[in-house]
Design a protein around this ligand. Structure first.
Ligand SMILES: [Zn+2]
Length: 631
């Protein structure tokens, strides 16, 4: 969470012109009070990306990306919020007030990045040195890696000496050896004050962050070292399970191809890039973490992920571990997980370098089965379904897999197919799967706002009635300074069904009346919402409705009444739906009668809504419902 003050965020925003910032990435043309250009976040031929400088936001009508100047920078440069503020502060000459500790931490990171950058250059120069680098270049030549790829991946060489990098960095940058130790580039000899290089006689593969800055190294031995690979330790700039190797080089291609290929090792990623499969990234030996999985799907519209792990048993289990994580992250987002079955070879590197390899690799992508099909095949392969015992065994193995399928229609279809394949009765398999789901509480819906939130974030142009009503109600805070007080009073006890709208409302209330104009209020709110991407985007839709509400030229009470009524209708419908669900589940006479009585009371009240005409009547109606529910 950011600790930069609202004042600083506001100061930077007031100096940073969103049009100027966007124009560094997109060519914008004037169109009335806004500017249009081709969206940098999705492929398009016509311009549907707009910037409204006066209001300080951007909005793409194609992919629905939207937000303020900070959101734009966070999205296009893949930064976190504090970094985006610092970058703009630096550009527009604003001195941020941060605590000494924060400043120190930031400076430390910047310094460390500089050291890694220098180290990377040192290793590259050594590789290019005709005499010293020969051993590394020979190795790469034998592996079939051309000059162009060596450059693209900034591969370097660490010589066999104990202090090459240490001497180079201490003399060029005057850095203390202890700082290099902290950065993870050198080590200290046990309880002494002398230091030595961590990487010796190794091929140096830099690991970069999303912006291409070197943050760690993987070093592959060029001698007979027991450790085939040595990796940089974690540091202030490198957290292992957050990084995906080659992501910085792959992200454009992931976007363009709308798919991502995930492999295990450095060379399993480098080789596909060499053969044109530039949307490949590597996990570098660990199972996929949640943070990695999130990065993966951020750049794909279709959320198609190909897992290409080793074909051996360890690889197969890595597929399942990675898949489990991805599936968890993808819950409801609709991720499409496929498994690359690499023919006749152990890993992607070996496959691509063999005769006809690139074609075989492309075909493997083309024919990659869905993860679920892959898992079912694996399970069936292990059983002899010709025998009676084999059938039972097979059914036992596929039940947990089938149980994980969320969509019931899809699940039913798989059950139908599998029952034929294995030779068991469909109804039997169906009932076993249902029992398994019940026993393991799979598919039990958690109560609360999660599904609504999801729908809100994926929202297209078609609005659910209450969502639109909430946006309009929020917009009413911003139509004029005079109407603000009336709106604030009318909404004081209202709660919104869409969590992000409720959050925005609470932030507005948090600002209080400490503002002069509604524009002033709008920017104050934007400052508060800026660190949260989703809230910032949702607020853009609210701002866009402000003019719409003004143009209606209706008294504020009428507008408030109409929108509040729509929201109330939705709330009553939800209560009714809940009561009906309870009624269906009721198992005793007393509950049954109580629920029936509530439902009929509510239905009766509900029929009177058409006669409501004023805000006061509406509020009274609301109180009646509440007491009917409490009774
Ligand atoms: Zn777009």
């Amino acid at each position: 969470m950011s600790t930069i003050s609202h004042d600083d965020i506001a100061e930077v925003r007031s100096r940073a012109n969103i049009l100027e910032v966007v124009s560094e990435h997109v060519t914008m043309k004037r169109s009335g009070t806004s500017y249009m250009g081709r969206c940098p976040f999705h492929e398009e031929k016509s311009a549907s990306f707009s910037v409204v400088p006066d209001k300080g936001f951007f909005h793409c009508f194609g992919c629905h990306a939207k937000g303020d100047v900070y959101a734009f920078l966070m999205k296009i440069k893949n930064m976190d919020f504090p970094t985006a503020v610092r970058e703009l502060a630096h550009k527009y000459g604003v001195q941020l007030v941060e605590t000494a500790e924060q400043r120190e931490e930031y400076d430390k990171r910047t310094h460390m990045l500089m050291l890694y950058q220098q180290a990377s250059q040192y290793y590259i120069r050594l590789m290019q040195d005709p005499a010293q680098g020969a051993v590394a270049r020979d190795y790469l030549e034998k592996r079939g890696i051309p000059e162009e790829i060596i450059e693209r991946f900034k591969i370097g060489y660490a010589g066999p000496t104990w202090d090459g990098l240490l001497n180079y960095l201490t003399s060029t940058t005057k850095v203390a050896p202890a700082t290099l130790e902290e950065a993870g580039l050198v080590r200290r000899k046990h309880e002494t004050n002398s230091f030595y290089d961590l990487f010796r006689n190794r091929l140096m593969i830099p690991i970069c962050d999303d912006r291409g800055q070197v943050i760690a190294f993987g070093g592959r031995t060029l001698g007979n070292d027991d450790a085939k690979y040595v990796n940089s330790p974690e540091s202030a700039i490198y957290i292992k399970n957050r990084q995906l190797y080659a992501f910085n080089l792959a992200k454009e291609s992931i976007k363009a191809k709308d798919a991502v290929i995930v492999v295990e090792g450095y060379f399993d990623a480098i080789t596909p890039h060499q053969f044109g499969f530039t949307n490949t990234v590597a996990t570098c030996g660990t199972a996929l973490s949640e943070a990695q999985a999130r990065s993966l799907v951020r750049y794909t519209e279709s959320k198609r992920v190909y897992l290409a792990f080793d074909a051996d048993a360890a690889g197969a289990s890595a597929v399942e571990r990675g898949a489990h994580m991805l599936q968890q992250v993808a819950d409801g987002v609709g991720i499409e997980l496929r498994v690359l079955r690499i023919p006749g070879a152990k890993d992607p590197d070996e496959c691509l370098r063999s005769e006809g390899g690139p074609e075989a690799f492309a075909a493997a992508i083309e024919n990659a089965p869905l993860l679920i099909e892959y898992q079912l095949d694996q399970a069936l392969d292990e059983c002899d379904i010709g025998s009676h015992v084999g059938k039972i065994d097979a059914a036992r193995k596929i039940i947990p897999i089938l149980s994980q399928i969320k969509n019931s229609v899809e699940r039913g279809e798989y059950i139908r197919q599998l029952s034929m394949k294995v030779g068991v009765r469909e109804e039997e398999l169906l009932s076993d799967v249902s029992q398994y789901r019940k026993d393991n509480r799979i598919g039990v819906n958690a109560p609360g706002g999660a599904p609504t939130r999801q729908r809100a974030s994926q929202r297209g142009p078609v609005k659910v009635g209450h969502v639109e009503a909430e946006q309009q109600l929020l917009a009413l805070y911003f139509t004029s300074r005079e109407d603000y007080d009336r709106t604030a009073a009318a909404l004081e006890h209202e709660y919104f069904l869409t969590p992000v709208h409720q959050y925005i409302k609470e932030c507005i209330e948090g600002i209080g009346t400490d503002f002069n104009t509604v524009e002033d209020l709008q920017f104050k709110l934007m400052d508060r919402l800026a660190p949260q991407f989703e809230a910032s985007a949702a607020f853009v839709e609210v701002i866009e409705r402000v003019d719409e509400m003004r143009k209606m030229k209706m008294p504020i009470d009428v507008l408030l009444f109409q929108c509040k009524k729509r929201l109330l209708t939705e709330k009553v419908n939800r209560i009714l739906a809940n009561l009906k669900a309870l009624l269906n589940a009721a198992d005793n006479e007393t509950d049954l009668l109580a629920l029936q009585s509530r439902i009929s009371k509510l239905n009766m009240l509900n029929r009177t809504t058409t006669s409501l005409e004023t805000l006061e009547e509406l509020d009274e109606f609301k109180r009646n419902i509440e007491s009917a529910m409490a009774a």
